[in-house]
Design a protein around this ligand. Structure first.
Ligand code: C2E
Ligand code: MG
Ligand code: MG
Ligand code: MG
Length: 288
């Protein structure tokens, strides 16, 4: 039975595998094309902006910039699919530089329009943390674009920090000295110890959306979220909840003192123009 079954299984796997490899290769080639002629192909790669809401006032606390790629044949491809390919092929460095430059240009525009957008969060890949000069490199991209460090936050996942814990702290300290804020993204899904967390200079933890999805039905998730908020506050850190879709989730978060929320309940990621139209009016004066 086993002997008969195995070859079939292998054949099936290989076919799946080869389809998968073909798509990865196409994504890699497509990314190279999109990056090679960024002006001509500007419409392929673009940034969208998802508002973050400061819960005590319900006003704007900034935006998270998220990368989008409109592939000429495949249509819109999720960053969850193309970022890992970019990481495996080393294209992530160029892609990140493109993204930060594009976000910088947007902040300069918004600043000129008098829009108080607070801070824009930009995601960093784990691989970027391997570069000991990361902080200086980011700062020079920002200043070359005519933007200012105090317009930015960088989001780094808990898992990325743990891959290289000491160097990460050094980089975070340099960023913070330059008045850039740092957010620990997808918090709760990694394995950082309390000792490490205590030593992290980041002022914001972003609770992973997996704890928010099922918040209303899961007493375990409720316990985790309450504990993270209270621990973060005791350590002098603020908490953002991501993936907030429902009023009941928001009510729970407000009741337990969560500082900032992000999710479809407020808005999906939107274009820069829509961000300006929708949020130009009520940005909070408080610096988050
Ligand atoms: P992330 O940084 O944790 O971003 C949050 C993701 O959750 C985004 O997915 C966002 O669109 C989605 N989201 C926000 N609110 C809700 C909600 O209420 N419900 C649900 N179901 N989802 C929500 P997106 O844009 O597909 O990005 C996925 C991941 O790709 C990001 O996770 C981040 O890790 C990565 N990524 C996106 N842009 C960049 C980038 O410019 N650079 C790097 N290195 N990574 C990026
Ligand atoms: Mg993020
Ligand atoms: Mg996240
Ligand atoms: Mg996430």
């Amino acid at each position: 039975y086993e002997a008969k079954k195995r070859p079939l299984g292998v054949a099936f796997c290989n076919k799946q595998q080869s389809l998968h490899n073909k798509r990865r290769l196409a994504i890699e080639q497509g990314l190279r094309n999109a990056l090679a002629a960024p002006l001509v192909n500007d419409y392929q790669l673009f940034a969208v902006y998802q508002p973050l809401i400061y819960l005590p006032s319900q006003h704007l606390a900034g935006f998270e910039a998220l990368m989008r790629w409109h592939h000429p044949e495949f249509g819109l491809i999720s960053p969850a699919e193309f970022i890992p390919v970019a990481e495996d092929t080393g294209l992530i460095f160029e892609l990140s530089r493109w993204m930060l430059t594009s976000v910088c240009q947007q902040t300069v525009k918004w600043h000129q329009q008098g829009f108080n957008f607070q801070r824009i969060s930009v995601n960093l890949s784990a691989l970027e943390l391997m570069n000991i000069n990361l902080a200086d490199d980011l700062l020079s991209i920002i200043s070359n674009a005519g933007a200012q460090p105090q317009w930015f936050k960088f989001e780094i996942t808990e898992t990325a920090l743990m891959a290289i814990p000491e160097q990460s702290i050094e980089i975070l300290q340099k960023l913070i000295q330059a008045d850039i804020h740092v957010v620990i993204d997808d918090f709760g899904t990694g394995y950082s110890s309390l000792a490490y967390l205590k030593s992290l200079p980041a002022k914001m933890l972003k609770i992973d959306q997996s704890f928010i999805n099922n918040l209303i039905n899961s007493v375990e998730d409720q316990a985790v979220v309450k504990a993270v908020i209270s621990m973060a506050h005791s350590l002098g850190k603020q908490v953002t909840a991501e993936g907030v879709e429902l009023q009941v989730q928001l009510d729970f978060l407000v009741e337990h003192g969560c500082d900032v929320a992000q999710g479809y309940y407020f808005s999906k990621p939107i274009s820069a123009e829509d961000g300006y139209k929708k949020y130009n009016v009520n940005a909070d004066i408080t610096d988050i």
